[in-house]
Ligand binder design. Structure first.
Ligand code: VG1
Ligand code: CO
Length: 544
């Protein structure tokens, strides 16, 4: 066995963001760039020699090359066993599931999630720890520190492994198992949901669904689960073959980027239920016939109906949502008498709550929902959860949501993204808001009076770690709220996210278009933050 020690020099930009290190493919293709980061991961770990590592990605451009490099580096660094998804495929939730099941030390997931792929698109590397969840800040911080001083990395001189079909190989003394990426995940789903009932629903001839995998990683999973296992007609899954460039689209399940699915669900003779997932399979969008379910409402509805689903019928320990997510779930938690935690953006903050048994369901406004079954958000899990509720309640998606609003009130919600704006100007906008919030309480803006304003800081209730500067929140006395933060996943300039929410308990006033309901809050956001001035944009890039 020939282990090469390759001399290198540090890159200064390898700080992981909200979800791993994300850069343009061309950046990852620079000599030693990927290797430096991967070696920095190993350098920041302890006691991994001889242990199991899980490896796979969302199938985007550069996935296969990166997998071969990482296999050889993991072997050279003394990993005992590597489980790699066939064709290099592993959805983020499946990777989390396998890390847990196989008691691996962790996993490396190659994905830039919803960012576009292809030679001119983005690539990414995420490290997940032994609980199956994204590395917490103390680990990503250590990886970054290592990346700043790295001077060499280890790599085995060996031929590439054939990852096209399942099989077992040796790389030096390390075993490499190329595994079916779907089967362990399907088994876990079967343990949570009433598959007999789902099968009845999908084969009854009275219920039609459409699942749009957006040419990303969930294609093979969705086909295996909905069409093969549950008997839905062939063609239920659309865009089901993972492509290196996602067919040229953004693999982002929202009303803008999953337009094909939206057209089907809002078209003539629409199916009863539609869903889409993102690049790496951890997000979901839920649609009914002519109806869109906001992710924040989806989390609240899953929480309110969890007792109908076998895996959750014993009750929920608690729920958690990211700070910018609407307070819809808070109202359900209150009624159920369970705790509702508010965390910063990003799934890594849910890990401790799930491990400590404080939360069972978690969710984010950005189309991510999940539970304690793994330590990642999980797109197809959310789709199955909804299907299970639909099977039990025999009502339409729209009826279920409207009844929910009747009981709990409606949280109108929208997010405005200003993508690829000038980084310095965006930072100035945030700094200006930061300096304003401390004495904003009580200020009157038209009919809105500020109830509280701060820069969100989170103290983890389990390990006491503090994460500050997590977004500016301005809450008003009528329950509405505006949140400003900069994205930690974008790769060009800065992305400003503005989150808008208002609450309407009165049923008679709930049937209003979201943008209309939020119109005055939207202009107030611009008045307070001077968005147009700082971003030099008249309108957001994407509204969800
Ligand atoms: C975005 C979302 C956040 C999500 C993150 C990773 O982060 O807002 O809620 O957890 O993406 O999701 P940011 O920092 O750009 O707002 V994924 O599906 O990219 O792993
Ligand atoms: Co994702």
């Amino acid at each position: 066995m020939n282990i090469g020690t390759i001399t290198t020099t540090p890159f200064t930009d390898q700080k992981p963001g909200t979800s791993g290190l994300r850069k343009a493919v061309t950046v990852f293709q620079k000599p030693h760039y990927l290797e430096n980061f991967v070696q920095s991961i190993f350098n920041s770990l302890e006691g991994y020699e001889g242990k199991t590592l899980v490896l796979g990605g969302d199938g985007r451009y550069y996935n296969r090359q990166a997998i071969q490099t990482i296999l050889k580096m993991a072997a050279a660094n003394g990993i005992g066993r590597i489980l790699v998804g066939c064709d290099g495929i592993l959805s983020t939730p499946a990777a989390s599931c396998i890390i847990r099941k196989e008691e691996a030390i962790g996993g490396i997931i190659l994905s830039a999630s919803h960012n576009p792929g292809g030679p001119n698109g983005d690539f990414g590397v995420k490290y997940n720890i032994s609980n199956g969840g994204p590395a917490p800040e103390k680990v990503t911080g250590a990886i970054f520190e290592n990346s700043k001083t790295i001077d060499s990395y280890q790599i085995l001189e060996a031929a590439d492994i054939n990852i096209d079909r399942p099989g077992s190989f040796k790389l030096g003394t390390t075993s490499v198992e190329v595994i079916d990426p779907v089967e362990p995940y399907l088994k876990l789903m079967e343990s949570l949901f009433d598959f007999d009932r789902l099968q009845q629903l999908l084969t009854s001839g009275k219920f039609r669904m459409c699942m749009d995998s957006l040419h990303a990683v969930t294609g093979p999973y969705a086909r295996a689960i909905f069409e093969k296992r549950l008997g839905a007609v062939e063609g239920t899954v659309i865009n089901g073959t993972p492509l290196e460039d996602f067919g040229g689209g953004h693999p982002d399940p929202n009303l803008v980027y999953a337009k094909g699915l939206v057209d089907i669900l809002f078209g003539e003779d629409a199916p009863d239920f539609g869903a889409a997932s993102d690049g790496d399979g951890d997000r979901n969008m839920i649609l009914g016939r002519n109806f869109f379910v906001t992710p924040s409402d989806s989390l609240a509805i899953l929480t309110a109906n969890a007792h109908l689903v076998p895996g959750y019928s014993q009750g929920l320990a608690g729920v958690a949502r990211s700070m910018p997510t609407s307070a819809a779930v808070d109202r359900v938690a209150e009624k159920l008498g369970i705790e509702c935690y508010e965390t910063p953006t990003g799934w890594k903050f849910f890990g401790n709550l799930l491990d400590a048994g404080k939360a069972t369901l978690c969710g984010e406004e950005s189309f991510g929902t999940g539970s304690n079954h793994i330590r990642e958000k999980d797109g197809l899990w959310a789709v199955l959860f909804w299907l299970n509720i639909l099977a039990v309640r025999s009502e339409s998606v729209e009826d279920i949501v409207r009844k929910h609003w009747e009981t709990y009130g409606r949280n109108f919600y929208s997010r405005y993204d200003y993508e690829a704006v000038d980084k310095e100007r965006a930072t100035e906008l945030m700094e200006r808001l930061r300096s304003m919030v401390s004495d904003m309480k009580g200020t009157q803006y038209g009919s809105y009076q500020v109830d509280y304003a701060d820069d969100f800081s989170y103290t983890d209730p389990v390990d006491g770690s503090i994460s500050s500067k997590q977004g500016i929140r301005i809450g008003f006395t009528d329950g509405s709220r505006i949140v400003f933060r900069l994205s930690g996943t974008g790769t060009k300039g800065a992305t400003l996210r503005v989150y808008l929410e208002s609450y309407q308990p009165d049923k008679a006033k709930q049937d209003v278009d979201t943008q209309k309901a939020l119109a005055s809050l939207i202009s107030l956001a611009d008045e307070i933050a001077q968005i147009r001035k700082f971003t030099e944009r008249e309108a957001p890039t994407v509204i969800t």
